[in-house]
Design a protein around this ligand. Structure first.
Ligand code: TYD
Length: 205
C-alpha cells in the first residue's frame, strides 16, 4: 500500500508526519519523502535554492522521483510494506504545472507523460487544505523561504490539488489543516489504518 501526504507549504505536513510515525508505529510502515529520499534530492535542493530554470528544476524533481521509486518505494512495496510518502507525484503535477505555465505549452500533460509507464499511482492521497493566508502566516515564522512560498504560486498550486481531488475522489482524502493538530493526526491515522485493512481484504480475496 502506498499512501502519500500532499498539500501546499504551511499546511503542517511535517508536524503531521511526526505524529503519524508515533501513532502508527505498530504498522512497521516505511516513512519516506520527496524530494530528498536519495542523493538525487541534493541536486533538487540546490536547483530550488539557486532558482534554476523551471524545466531543469522540473526534470530534477522527476529524476528524484525515479530514484526514490527504485531505491525506496518499489523494494518496500515488494516486501508488502506500507509506504507513507511526504510528497510524491501530485506535488509535481500541482507545483510544476504552475512554475511551467507559460514556459511550455501544456505543463500538466507534459508532467503526467513524464511519469507514465513507470511511476506508481498511490493507493490513497491525504491532501491537507488550508486558506492560503493561514499558510503564509505559518510560513512567516520560518527562516529561508523557498521561491514556491509566494501567495500567487501557493493559491494556484492549492487549486490544482483541489482539481485533482475532484477528478479522483476515491483516491484523495481532503483534510482541513486548520483543525487542531491532534485531531488531524487522529483522523489521518484512522484513515490510514482503514486503508490498510481494506487492502488486506482485497489481497485475501
Ligand atoms: P519540502 O521538502 O516538502 O518542503 P520543506 O523544505 O518546507 O519541508 O519541499 C520543498 C519544496 O519543493 C516545496 O516548496 C514543494 C516543492 N516541490 C515541488 O515543487 N515539486 C515536487 O515535485 C516536490 C516533491 C516538491
Amino acid at each position: 500500500m502506498l499512501v502519500t501526504i500532499e498539500g501546499i507549504d504551511g499546511t503542517g505536513k511535517s508536524t503531521l508526519l511526526l505524529a503519524l510515525k508515533e501513532r502508527l508505529s505498530d504498522l512497521d510502515a516505511v516513512f519516506t519523502r520527496e524530494p530528498g529520499a536519495t542523493w538525487v534530492g541534493e541536486s533538487v535542493r540546490r536547483a530550488i535554492a539557486e532558482q534554476i530554470d523551471p524545466i531543469t528544476e522540473a526534470t530534477l524533481f522527476v529524476a528524484d522521483h525515479a530514484a526514490h521509486l527504485a531505491t525506496v518505494v518499489r523494494p518496500a512495496l515488494a516486501e508488502g510494506k506500507l509506504v507513507i510518502s511526504d510528497r510524491y507525484s501530485d506535488s509535481r503535477f500541482a507545483y510544476q504545472s504552475v512554475t511551467l505555465a507559460g514556459v511550455i505549452p501544456n505543463p500538466e500533460g507534459w508532467l503526467r507523460a513524464m511519469h507514465n509507464g513507470w511511476s506508481i499511482v498511490p493507493d490513497k492521497t491525504i491532501l491537507l487544505v488550508i486558506p492560503v493566508d493561514d499558510a503564509l502566516a505559518r510560513l512567516a515564522t520560518k527562516s529561508g523561504r523557498e521561491h514556491f512560498e509566494r501567495r500567487e504560486i501557493l493559491e494556484k498550486v492549492q487549486n490544482r490539488y483541489l482539481e485533482f481531488a475532484r477528478a479522483e475522489p476515491n483516491r484523495f482524502v481532503i483534510v482541513d489543516a486548520l483543525k487542531e493538530k491532534d485531531e488531524i493526526a487522529g483522523f489521518v491515522a484512522d484513515a490510514i489504518r482503514q486503508i490498510v485493512t481494506n487492502g488486506q481484504k482485497h489481497t485475501k480475496k
